[in-house]
Design a protein around this ligand. Structure first.
Ligand code: G6P
Length: 609
């Protein structure tokens, strides 16, 4: 969380920094700040709320300077306020920080004893004072920076400037992402390449425990021992256009509508008659999965729900026992790792702190190999995993994940087929049938989007409701969980997903006329079981919204509203039935007047644990 941008150039950088911050707002948006060096003075402006407030403040007060840093915050230490907003200044130094300094309290005590005063409640102000304290004795700022970093525990992405040396920008990474953007006669740093696309497409990824020193002409990277490291440059295939809203009202709406294309991109070059090409998974060969006897999936949030669907598919198509766990739980318990296990992480960003920590833990455990299913090339998970399956959703800006989720699902399905084939667990006929279905997916996705208007009208019945239940069975149960998560994330209606067969064991007590119940009910092998479960709910007076396909036996009446969706192959139902649920949440959020793309208290990339 928190977004950082920095620049060292031969022109005023405040507009570049502010535009960069806007692109990083998905990382946090409770306050923002900027600091530039002009005439050997630090000009610092901060504001609470979104980056647009900071932009207005900068317009009013102006923030000149060819070197600067900026930050958009997701509060960890101290409430969102101007005082707690970054940059934090200590004498000649200004610092922005993404992450948490865990031993800040001890360091603070020591610095107070040394005579430092603190204005804010943040760990970042402690760190900038710590660097300042080392600078008093060190021969230069790089040395002081390194000494300070050796003392801190926790995670950080940092950018530091010194008013006495306006031609240099310092950056460091440990646990929070940071990339360097290479310009001509100017260089940049940011938490995500998206922030820098208007100024460059050439990037260097900082690895863990690396420090960078940037001037207009040079970028030097060091390890924490001060040893110089050679880095290679990567050219991004993203462009600034891909991160604009276009004709859509919100990024989320745009991203929902991009799904036919993003799913097509996930398939691009990967299907070859009845085969999935080996290049689909970077790093594998035709026997990589042959000896795998168990699979452990670890992820957070929406990606975790993708993992839950993956369990159903992997067990069905590969016969390999598969376990799925939330990353923040996995990393702090003693897991029993079976022999020949494959460790899979799923993540849109590739930077989620708990998922990354789980991968690092897994690498010390008895896993045979690690594989990540990820949307961001060059991200930490990608760099640290043995194999990668890119979801190819394109940049996802809306905080609530949509196209990243459906492309994750499709990727897991491809992976299950690939593993199933290598293990000899799937018949040629079944493989052929599934691949034929998959080929139809982008077109079917387009058909499912046609329910948008009906859902916009239906959503009006949800506004004013405070609670909602989502029911599903089998592989549609995780889709019910995801439907509920989406609704609560963006419309702030409390929603829970349940396996429909579990309802009578408690949650049925909640059913009354005020509780809408959304049933995810495609025509599939469990439909009769689901119909019986729904009858139990109907008998208790619930208002039912049944998302189903044409031929199922649900009656529409005063109590039951059917949303009829196109017929589709059973294997694709988790992907396709996600779309009406996304649209339902989207319209409920619009009606409720919430901030759809940046819901309160959330951040897209959670780089703190
Ligand atoms: C945050 C986002 C969610 C996302 C989760 C995991 O909570 O708001 O949308 O599902 O992080 O993120 P990842 O990048 O690992 O998929």
């Amino acid at each position: 969380m928190c977004g950082i941008v920095g620049a060292v150039a031969q022109r005023n950088v405040s507009q570049i920094l502010l535009e960069g911050l806007s692109k990083l707002e998905y990382r946090g948006y409770d306050s923002a700040g900027i600091c530039c060096i002009d005439n050997n003075q630090l000009h610092c402006i901060k504001s609470t709320g979104k980056v647009k407030n900071l932009k207005e403040a900068v317009k009013e007060k102006s923030c000149p300077g060819f070197t600067g840093i900026a930050h958009t915050r997701w509060a960890t230490h101290g409430i969102p306020s101007e005082t707690n907003a970054h940059p934090h200044i200590c004498d000649n130094l200004a610092l922005v920080h993404n992450g948490i300094i865990e031993n800040f309290a001890t360091l603070k005590e020591r610095l107070i004893a040394e005579g430092y005063n603190f204005k804010s409640q943040t760990d970042t102000e402690v760190l900038v004072c710590l660097i300042h304290s080392h600078l008093k004795k060190a021969s230069n700022l790089l040395e002081a920076f390194l000494q300070a970093l050796h003392e801190v525990k926790g995670s950080f992405g940092l950018a530091l400037i010194d008013k006495n040396d306006p031609s240099t920008l310092y950056a460091a990474r440990s646990g929070s992402p940071l990339i360097i953007g290479l310009g001509i006669g100017e260089n940049f740093i940011a938490s995500d390449s998206l922030a820098l696309l208007p100024v460059t497409r050439r990037f260097i990824y900082l690895e863990e425990n690396e420090i960078a020193v940037l001037t207009t002409e040079n970028v030097k990277v060091y390890n924490l021992d001060g040893k110089k490291i050679e880095k290679s440059e990567i050219e991004s295939d993203l462009d600034a256009e891909s991160i604009s809203k276009g004709p859509y009202r919100h990024f989320m709406q745009k991203e929902i509508y991009e799904q036919p294309q993003s799913l097509q991109n996930t398939l691009l070059g990967r299907l070859d008659k009845d085969d999935i090409s080996l290049e689909t998974v970077v790093g594998i060969d035709d026997s990589s999965f042959k000896d795998i006897d168990a699979i452990q999936i670890v992820a957070c949030g929406t990606s975790y729900h993708a993992g839950l669907v993956g369990k159903y598919w992997l067990e069905e198509l590969t016969n390999i026992p598969t376990n799925v766990e939330i990353a923040s739980e996995y990393r702090y318990r003693k897991a029993v790792v079976r022999n020949n296990s494959l460790f899979i992480t799923i993540s849109q960003s590739g930077e989620t702190a708990d998922t990354l920590a789980s991968l690092r833990l897994a690498k010390q455990q008895n896993y045979k190999k690690s594989l990540c299913i990820c949307n961001v090339n060059g991200s930490s998970l990608v760099r640290e995993s043995d194999y990668t399956l890119f979801t190819k959703a394109g940049a996802e800006i809306g905080v609530a994940s949509t196209k990243a989720f459906t492309t994750q699902l499709l990727s897991i399905l491809l992976l299950a087929l690939l593993i199933g084939k290598q293990k000899g667990a799937i018949s040629q006929a079944q493989n052929h049938e599934i691949l034929e279905s998959i080929r139809k997916l982008p077109a079917l996705t387009q058909e499912f989007l046609a329910c948008d208007k009906e859902l916009a009208t239906l959503s009006e019945q949800f506004s004013g409701k405070h609670h909602c239940l989502f029911l599903g069975r089998g592989v549609m149960y995780p889709i019910a969980l995801e439907g509920a998560l989406k609704l609560k994330e963006i419309s702030y209606i409390h929603a829970e997903g349940y396996a429909a067969g579990e309802l009578k064991h408690g949650p049925i007590a909640l059913i009354d006329k005020e509780m809408p119940v959304v049933v995810v009910a495609p025509d599939n092998s469990l439909i009769d079981k689901l119909i019986s479960n729904v009858e139990e709910v109907r008998a208790r007076g619930a208002l039912l919204y049944v998302f189903t396909t044409k031929d199922t036996q649900f009656k529409a009446d005063d109590q039951t509203k059917r949303v009829n969706l196109p017929a589709c192959p059973e294997i694709l139902q988790p992907i396709l039935f996600t779309i009406p649920l996304q649209l339902l949440s989207y319209h409920c959020a619009v009606i409720n007047g919430t901030d759809v793309d940046q819901p309160r208290n959330l951040a897209k990339s959670v780089t703190v644990e």
